[in-house]
Write a protein that binds this ligand. Structure first.
Ligand code: ZN
Ligand code: ZN
Length: 145
């Protein structure tokens, strides 16, 4: 990987490394039941409109979780890496994989209607239900990501 700017991250074992090519700071949470089943809790992600550069891409396992998206994780250590709209993104990178956690802002939560009632984030964020999210981004109605 060359020495450009942009946040970098890696999985737990370090076989997969990545660099974000755009300057992004806003973190979102998804409370949908698929994300919670996938990661054990809400998926905390940083949305990258630009491409993401990967190193060790041969270790990434991609799971097609819906007609329009796939989820990537490290096949060696199992770390979740991203949720990605197919075929070209954007990539929602797992914020926990980032090296540098400074300057991030937690700004939004989606599928707030699927959040279990035993936890809640205290941050002031823009919250949307699944239906509100799909109304904004996709013609499909009422389907989960
Ligand atoms: Zn790994
Ligand atoms: Zn989700």
């Amino acid at each position: 990987m060359n020495a450009k700017t942009g946040k970098t991250g890696q999985c737990l074992c370090g076989k997969v490394k990545f660099r974000l090519t755009d300057e992004v700071h806003e973190v979102g949470a998804c409370h949908c039941d698929m994300c919670r089943r996938w990661g054990g809790g809400p998926f905390l992600e940083i949305r990258c409109m630009g491409p993401v550069e990967f190193e060790g891409e041969e270790h990434i396992v991609r799971y097609r979780s819906s007609d329009w998206a796939e989820r990537g994780f490290c096949g060696v250590c199992g770390s979740n890496l991203f949720y990605c709209i197919v075929p070209d993104g954007p990539y929602m990178m797992s914020v926990g994989a980032l090296e540098d956690q400074t300057g991030l802002k937690f700004t939004s939560q989606v599928f707030i209607d699927e959040k279990p009632d035993w936890y809640a984030f205290a941050n002031k964020t823009k919250n949307m239900t699944g239906a509100e999210l799909f109304a904004m981004y996709a013609p499909q109605d009422g389907e989960k990501s």
